[in-house]
Ligand binder design. Structure first.
Ligand SMILES: Nc1ncnc2c1ncn2[C@@H]1O[C@H](COP(=O)(O)OP(=O)(O)O)[C@@H](O)[C@H]1O
Ligand SMILES: [Mg+2]
Length: 376
């Protein structure tokens, strides 16, 4: 491929290999602050109240920490008091019993240490055949949080809608090469398709509507379920985590993602029909386990769009915990308008609103995911 042949607006070709960057972000001041840096050394401790003895009202400023306070997961108490307090059904009880939003005691998830070597990658499929449950949001923000902790991360947009690509500031319509080409064209090098994101350590395999053709074309392929697995193999040495954003169906593309993956994360929206269809999903996961990928396991169920202020959200979460027990992550993602805003901004919440509770939640999730991987 000649240099520069792949240069849609917003990308630049460097040398003979198209190293594409997100020009849209380059003029933006870098606002990434890692979770363990506190700008002024001021540790936020929500549970300490304001010194008057009256507990701080954790729900009043739900989206943003108070002016001059920076999220610091290492501050006093365990763990992440600001985050945990915001999501606790009852802040007083949480203080007494140290229970998290799922009603179970909150373990401490340590800040991951730096890595000297990278790879081989653990592959995570973000999967739920229901749309609008937070798959794409969780892929972007878990990925960005892992990258902040120094992990090398590759995000794979495996939904022809291209929402993951859009959420990272890419216009999918302008792409000539996408994950579709990597799947369908033998000899296509991943480097030609890869995009660097504005987040250091995080790359993207973008997709667009072309991918919908793959679903049909793959049917006649040999070993059609393991096409993505083969395509990702050469990339595994370069990354610590590869996160695949699945499309909202249990079709061949999703089966490919499950076949390639070591772990599945299932985001569930905390609303009435959350559990509907989950049996079908777990059945699909089990079938893939039996027939195609014995390594596959359910890492966790992630409760999203949780609002501790509503009885309904709390009830749904309690039922999810009842059904899935230890499979439910202790980390719960609260509902905040900040997430839709980040899609418009085309960047993760960890950079868009670094001090927000939403960013803290995904950092906490990253720590929980890393802790689970280490426990193995
Ligand atoms: N925790 C949250 N709070 C509020 N809105 C959210 C949250 N997570 C996701 N959203 C919004 O909900 C919509 C669907 O989320 P998305 O991640 O695209 O779901 P999926 O990929 O499962 O279809 C998007 O507009 C997104 O911005
Ligand atoms: Mg999506």
């Amino acid at each position: 491929m000649p240099a520069g042949a792949q240069s849609p607006a917003g990308f630049e070709a460097v040398g003979s290999v198209a190293v594409r960057t997100f020009a849209a972000h380059q003029s933006r001041p870098q606002t990434v602050r890692t979770a363990h840096q506190s700008m002024d050394g001021h540790h936020v401790n929500a549970m300490a109240g304001d010194g008057s003895g009256a507990p701080h009202n954790h729900f009043a400023d739900y989206d943003e920490l108070p002016e001059g306070h920076f999220y610091d997961p290492d501050a006093e108490y365990e763990p992440d008091p600001e985050y945990a307090a915001t999501l606790a059904p009852d802040a007083a009880r949480q203080r007494r019993e140290r229970v998290g939003p799922t009603g179970r005691p909150l373990p401490y998830f340590p800040i991951p240490g730096p890595l000297t070597d990278h790879g081989p990658a653990k592959i995570i499929a973000m999967c739920n055949q229901k749309g609008g449950v937070g798959k794409t949001t969780s892929t972007i923000n878990l990925g960005a949080a892992l990258a902040e902790y120094g992990r090398r991360v590759l995000l794979v947009d495996f939904d022809p809608q291209g929402a993951l690509s859009v959420g990272l500031g890419v216009n999918p319509m302008e792409l000539d090469l996408t994950v579709y080409n990597l799947l369908m064209e033998r000899g296509m090098a991943a480097d030609e398709v890869l995009l660097k994101t504005a987040v250091p350590n995080m790359d993207l395999l973008p997709s667009n509507i072309d991918l919908s053709a793959a679903e049909v074309q793959l049917v006649s392929e040999v070993a059609r379920e393991s096409t993505l697995q083969r395509a990702l193999k050469p990339l595994m040495a370069d990354y610590d985590y590869i996160v695949i954003d699945c499309q909202p169906s249990l079709g061949l593309l999703t089966v490919n993602a499950l076949t390639a993956a070591h772990k599945v994360i299932v985001p569930l929206e905390c609303e009435f029909f959350a559990l509907r269809g989950v049996a079908l999903l777990t059945e699909t996961i089990e079938k893939v386990q039996e027939r195609l990928n014995p390594e596959l396991e359910l890492d966790g169920i992630l409760a999203t769009m949780y609002d501790s202020r509503t009885v309904h959200s709390r009830e749904v979460l309690a039922r999810v915990v009842e059904a899935f027990d230890d499979h439910v992550y202790h980390t719960v993602i609260g509902r905040t308008v900040r997430f839709p805003e980040t899609t418009v901004a085309g960047e993760p919440i960890t950079t868009y609103a670094s001090n927000s509770v939403g960013a803290a939640a995904y950092r906490q999730l990253a720590r929980e995911v890393l802790a689970r991987c280490h426990a193995e």
